[in-house]
Write a protein that binds this ligand. Sequence first.
Ligand code: HEC
Length: 103
Amino acid sequence: MKKSGLIIAALGLAFTAAPALASLELATKSACTACHAVDKKLVGPSYKDVAKKYAGNAKAEAMLIEKVKKGGVGTWGQIPMPPNPNVKDPDIATLVKWVLATK
Ligand code: HEC
C-alpha cells in the first residue's frame, strides 16, 4: 500500500510539473527565450517581473496576447519587442498564460 501511495504522489508531481516544462519548451521553440528568461532580465523583462506587474489585472491576458503578436515598446523601457508573426495564436495564448503564472 505504501508503495502505491508513493507512485501516486510521483505521478501527481509529474503532472503538475509538466505544463510548466511544456511551456518553457514552447517559449524556446518560439524564440521568446532569445530575449526573455523566467527570472532575469535579458533584452526584455523577466517573466516573473511581468507576472508581478500584472498580478490581479483581469485585462492583462488579452492585452499581452495582442502585444506579443504585434510587438510594442514603452512599458519596460526603450527597447521594442518585435512582432511575433511566426507564433500561432493558440501558442501565444498558452505562452502569455504561462508567463502570468510564473511567480
Ligand atoms: C527580440 C527580442 C524579443 C523577443 C524575440 C520576444 N520579446 Fe517579449 N519583450 C521584449 C522587450 C524588449 C519587451 C519590453 C517591451 C516594452 O517595454 O513595452 C518585451 C515584453 C514582453 C512582455 C510584457 C509586455 C508588457 O506590455 O508588459 C511579454 C508578456 C512578452 N514580451 C512575451 C514574449 C513572448 C511570449 C515571446 C515569444 C513569442 C517574446 N516576448 C519574444 C523583447 C522580445
